[in-house]
Write a protein that binds this ligand. Structure first.
Ligand code: ZN
Length: 104
């Protein structure tokens, strides 16, 4: 299935491992808001997290400042350990728990 599937913050923590505590909030605080003209300096209020087929996490949400729609890609899939963990979560959700939504 070449789709992005919904994941939880706990799944992101599993994927990122010990990098989660710093790298995740850093990512949420470095979005680009075209309305506020904040380049890589806007904070996202998270609505939904997605895991794409490349093992990257896509954060979908709103700008904390203006409420405009924002998203941010966290390139977790570039690191082999994170990629393997992401693939394990995808496989589990798709094959076993079937507890996910597909991003349209
Ligand atoms: Zn904004």
């Amino acid at each position: 299935m070449y789709v992005a599937i919904s994941i939880s913050e706990e799944d992101v923590a599993l994927i990122m491992g010990r990098r989660f505590q710093k790298a995740y909030p850093d990512a949420l605080q470095s979005a680009h808001c075209p309305r506020c003209r904040k380049v890589d300096n806007a904070t996202i209020t998270v609505d939904q997290l997605w895991l794409n087929p490349a093992g990257d996490v896509l954060v979908e949400g709103k700008c904390e400042h203006c409420g405009g729609p924002l998203d941010k890609l966290i390139e977790t899939g570039v690191e082999p350990r994170q990629y393997d963990q992401a693939m394990a979560i995808r496989e589990y959700k798709i094959e076993v728990s079937k507890d996910y939504e597909v991003k349209r």
